[in-house]
Design a protein around this ligand. Structure first.
Ligand code: ZN
Length: 409
């Protein structure tokens, strides 16, 4: 949904440079490009062997334990980047993620879109801000994947207050390593043109060995970040226990929709790797599909069984159209659940026919709404296959435990 641009903050042109420096180089962020490796059960997640083998660098259940995933949704780094308020929110978001990661020790992290608020970023390369958002995960040696939301490549929107007496802040190009950053800049360097989905993804992948993200098939452009990850068995090197599908639900540079082409890609991919629907499949995208509206709990009566959750504070803001994806998901008995972000004031899971539709939990301090922050957790066990989910809050509390293995009413 659209971000709040009404934060009450003073605009000081002299703050602009300092604020950008703080934004990009916080004391808590990791400077490591490839990230460390964790010992213990994390160490066998990544098997960096022969690159040609699919399982050489694989996500894998550890013997005797579950595979646990943290969902970080709607972080909105870079919100109101030119004020003191915005960068302070980013510091708070660092804190939320650090707390969840340290308490839960997940095996994997999924960034569920709106990682940054690109429409608030007056810089040529938003990858610098994106990199800060993934640094708490990277610095702990945890692998991750990202999928795009509607704000991640949204074009820069000129703040109206810049056209008041204080004027437009001095332009800064943070990529230039100079004591006088506005010297020697080309017009191109200093344009607030935003960073495309493809560029954001290319930068993430090139610098991070722990990233499992992918741009996906170029034929699906302008949709980027459509891909599938296999999580392998602890017992059998080549056996896949669960498939994680990521789809770009659009927004920003193009409409908020999962296209017919994406639906066809999904169908083709499933026929290729799971034709008889024997492997469970879980779906992740940013903007809820229209089916979420159908199952949404009543605003009057609140969240009741079989739905499970803690906040139901706004209407579902769904994709603009349904182009066949939900019917395909319903046709596949292997599809267990869909996870979406986007609505910061919703955190429920509800059954939709034979699968679960779940919201994550607003993780970042950027973006609209001041509901307490947290992260939806997802834990899968290998044999028998089961999925549990709960929400871990910034204050350490836990709520909304739900079994998503199958739909029971
Ligand atoms: Zn958002």
């Amino acid at each position: 949904m659209s971000s709040s641009s009404s934060a009450s903050s003073l605009l000081h042109v002299t703050f602009f440079v300092a604020v950008l420096v703080l934004l990009l180089f916080p004391a808590s962020s990791s400077a490591s490009g490839s990230g460390g490796r964790r010992g213990g059960r994390q160490s066998d997640l990544l098997r960096l062997g022969a690159p040609e083998a699919e399982t050489a660098r694989a996500l894998r259940f550890s013997a005797g334990s579950a595979f646990k995933v943290a969902l970080f949704a709607d972080l909105h780094y870079g919100e109101n980047a030119w004020t003191t308020w915005g960068p302070a929110q980013d510091g708070n978001s660092d804190h939320v993620m650090a707390g969840v990661l340290d308490r839960e020790s997940p095996d994997f992290v999924i960034y569920l879109g709106d990682v940054i608020t690109a429409n608030n970023l007056p810089m040529a390369n938003a990858s610098l801000v994106w990199d800060r958002a993934i640094s708490p995960t990277r610095s702990r040696g945890i692998p991750w994947a990202t999928v795009f939301g509607n704000h991640d490549d949204a074009p820069f929107e000129w703040p109206p207050e810049w056209f008041s007496a204080a004027g437009v802040p001095r332009r800064v190009c943070p990529m230039v390593n100079s004591s006088c950053p506005t010297e020697n800049l080309s017009e191109e360097d200093c344009r607030f043109k935003g960073t495309s989905r493809l560029d954001l993804m290319a930068k993430e992948i090139e610098g991070n060995a722990l990233s499992f993200s992918s741009s996906g098939p170029i034929e699906l452009w302008p949709s980027v970040s459509n891909y599938v990850l296999k999580v392998f068995s602890s017992k059998d090197q080549d056996s896949v226990v669960v498939l994680l599908y990521f789809l770009d639900s659009g927004g920003g540079s193009y409409p908020e929709v999962i296209s017919n082409a994406q639906a066809q890609w999904f169908q083709q991919k499933t026929q290729e790797i799971n034709p008889d629907s024997t492997i469970p499949e879980i779906i992740f995208w940013h903007i809820p599909s229209r089916a979420y509206k159908r199952v949404a709990p009543s605003r009057i009566f609140g969240i009741r069984r079989p739905c499970v959750g803690s906040i139901n504070k706004e209407k579902v803001a769904p994709q603009e159209a349904e182009r066949g994806m939900m019917d395909i998901l319903l046709d596949r008995p292997s599809v267990k659940a869909v996870f979406a972000g986007h609505n910061h004031g919703l955190d429920w899971c509800c059954p939709y026919k034979k699968l679960w539709l779940c919201f994550a939990r607003h993780t970042g301090y950027g973006g609209y709404g001041d509901w307490p922050r947290g992260a939806r957790m997802l834990e899968m066990s290998e044999q028998p296959f089961a999925i549990r989910s709960w929400i871990r809050m910034e204050d350490g509390s836990q709520h909304s435990d739900v079994d998503l293995t199958c739909v029971t009413r």
